[in-house]
Design a protein around this ligand. Structure first.
Ligand SMILES: *Cc1c(COP(=O)(O)O)cnc(C)c1O
Length: 404
């Protein structure tokens, strides 16, 4: 059978389609973690079925939202919840809601001047590329403190940053060990200052599950709203986000977000994402997280022993991982003095990452300094972990050959 005929036949049998094969797009094994660049996490078959089921019929979106939000609030032990199309847009939508709340009127009715008058307080230590979502609102971002530990932010400094125009404090939540620098006032102290002044605190915890408890613990401490990415460890649709929080604040989110016209309408959430995220979070809260952590430890121990005694490759367990999650990952270092074959400026880690990407199967990972890479078990299946180990063994042989 000719290739085109085969493809045509496949196209008729929808369920068996392999879109990547049809398109000639290479599949990769994701050994880096929930990196958006390679599609974040992987949905379960049950969640995929939920999305397909949602796609097959029309419903009144507001009715679907009401049911799903009610269930999500219950299973995450929050007063209210809302499905968005990503954590980044959740930052924008909650920001718009905070502005609307500040003025006591719908966001769409505000003039640019009214918006520009509003202030959002944010620690300098918390500035990151995702805060474009706040910059785009047109508000004034008021920075406080320094992004280092020389002079940590004090409660007094945060108090002084709050004015009559402050609509919210945004707090980026990450335990020590993650990529965020130090210097911010502690979360508890931030909540105390905010509460005294009646200012809502909105938390970006996009990648802060695990631990699963963060779904309720962060708002439980007093944050008005907390944002999670649906496409990271929650294993929901890649373009989904979850906002949970206090009813008073979340009512403003609901009045601003999709399907409300205005900024909410720009961030359309499909019924597939709404149903898919509900299904994923339901699975996530009932999953055996202890067993999963144990599995990850076992995989890393196996990788360590696969290279024990090797003069060229060493494996070390690191904990927590680079996102500050309480999950172990492996740091694999390469003793490859032979730098820059074909490209004098290529570091050992770039070289290994390139070899992994170009290999069969193609493997995606993240650099750990100049001479190492990370192997993160969070997004790997058993067979994939095996494939990564095999490829690393091949690279070890290559180093042996070259350094002989
Ligand atoms: C990943 C991430 C986001 C964006 O999440 P999406 O769901 O991909 O939009 C925002 N903030 C932080 C801190 C993140 O790690």
């Amino acid at each position: 059978m000719k290739k085109e005929e085969r493809n045509k036949e496949k196209m008729e049998k929808g369920a068996e389609r392999d879109v990547y094969a049809e398109l000639g797009v290479k599949k990769v094994i994701n050994a880096a973690g929930t990196y958006t660049m390679v599609g974040g996490s992987r949905m379960s078959e049950r969640t995929l079925a939920a999305m397909a089921s949602a796609a097959r019929s029309h419903v009144v979106i507001k009715e679907l939202q009401a049911r799903v939000h009610e269930r999500l609030a219950a299973i995450t032990k929050n007063e209210a919840a809302y499905v968005t199309n990503g954590a980044a847009c959740s930052l924008h939508i909650t920001g718009a809601a905070a502005i609307a709340r500040h003025w006591g009127r719908p966001h769409a009715s505000l003039t640019p001047e009214q918006t520009a008058k509003c202030e959002i307080v944010i620690h300098r230590a918390h500035r990151n590329p995702y805060d474009w979502a706040l910059r785009l609102l047109g508000v004034k971002l008021v920075e406080v403190g320094y992004p280092n530990s020389i002079l940590p932010t004090t409660a007094r400094e945060l108090e002084l940053a709050i004015t009559e125009n402050t609509a919210a404090i945004y707090y980026f939540f990450m335990p020590p060990g993650g990529w965020l620098p130090s210097g911010a006032l502690g979360f508890k102290e931030t909540l105390e200052v905010a509460e005294k002044r009646g200012i809502p605190v909105v938390v970006d915890a996009a990648a802060q599950v695990p631990p699963v408890e963060n779904l309720w613990a962060i708002t439980g401490q007093g944050a008005s709203a907390c944002i999670f990415s649906g496409g990271k460890d929650l294993r929901g649709p890649q373009a989904s986000g979850l906002v949970v929080g206090r009813r008073e604040f979340m009512d403003h989110v609901g009045a601003t977000a999709f399907p409300t016209y205005g900024v909410g309408r720009m961030f359309k959430v499909g019924r597939e994402e709404i149903a898919g995220l509900w299904s994923a979070v339901e699975e996530y809260v009932s999953m055996d997280h202890g067993a999963r952590a144990l599995w990850a430890e076992e995989r890393i121990a196996a990788l360590e022993s696969a290279f024990r005694g090797s003069p060229n490759v060493s494996v070390r367990r690191v904990f927590p991982n680079e996102a500050g999650q309480p999950m172990p990952q492996a740091l694999v270092r390469f003793n490859w003095e032979h730098r820059g074959v074909g490209n004098a400026s290529e570091s050992v880690s770039s070289r290994v990452l390139r070899l992994l990407a170009e290999g069969e199967p193609s493997i995606f990972s993240a650099a750990a300094g100049e001479d190492g890479i990370f192997v993160n078990p969070m997004t790997l299946r058993d067979d994939e972990f095996e494939a990564v180990t095999q490829r690393l063994k091949e690279i070890e042989k290559e180093i042996e050959k070259e350094t002989k």
